[in-house]
Design a protein around this ligand. Sequence first.
Ligand code: SF4
Length: 251
Amino acid sequence: MSQETLWLAVDDHGNPEIFSSIQGEGASLGAPRTFIRLSGCNLHCKWCDTAYTWNFEGTPFSHEDNVKFVPEAERLSRSFADIASEVAKLEPSGIVITGGEPMLQKGKLEGLITAIKNDCGPVWVEIETNGSIAPPARLVPLVNQFNVSPKLAHSGNDAAIALNEASLSAYAALPQSWFKFVIGSPEDLEEVLALTRKFRIPHERVYLMPLGRSSGEVRMRSKWLTEECLRHGMNFTDRLHIHLYGDTRGT
Ligand code: SF4
């Protein structure tokens, strides 16, 4: 098997963050999935709930928690073969490659998915991405579902990077793309509508998700957000894992 490696995030026990759980968000909410969390992100959202994948000591990025992480403690390099073997132990029917931003390691995802399918059989494959890095052509047919979550102005990112036009156009053209927007206030809807118009994203392929890293925060934004979903013909998505487990690793 291939000895090529990927950078993975680390769980609370110092192991690669590979775990089975219920998909908590978006088009597959409620489905059993095995998650593989990769380290590194090209964006730096101030409310990110996986800042341990990118907000390392010595970097200039800011985050609402004001916590910097030691990279040696927060990421592990593992071969495709080792990752596939760990995933196979969990006997998945579907996998989710998440992050951080998995597409930072886009050249390696084809090899990773192939190794996992060799060990596990024909599993359903999802990739969660912020949409700022287009997928390589050879990767696209291997992925059943792209969960694309472009980051709006309230994330604190430079729009020129976060809303890369060529990349968002590429995802919008794929039939297996679903879009998910984190919404903090009703004003964020104007930005979503401008993006769906610009990239011709059908509203039925859009999920609006309340910003929140606690159950109370998610609930607080849910009622008015469902009303916005109804108004615009978009889908609402909860953050089920936050209600069940809180903002914790490996869930
Ligand atoms: S794009 Fe995702 S992983 Fe990256 S900083 Fe934003 S929320 Fe975190």
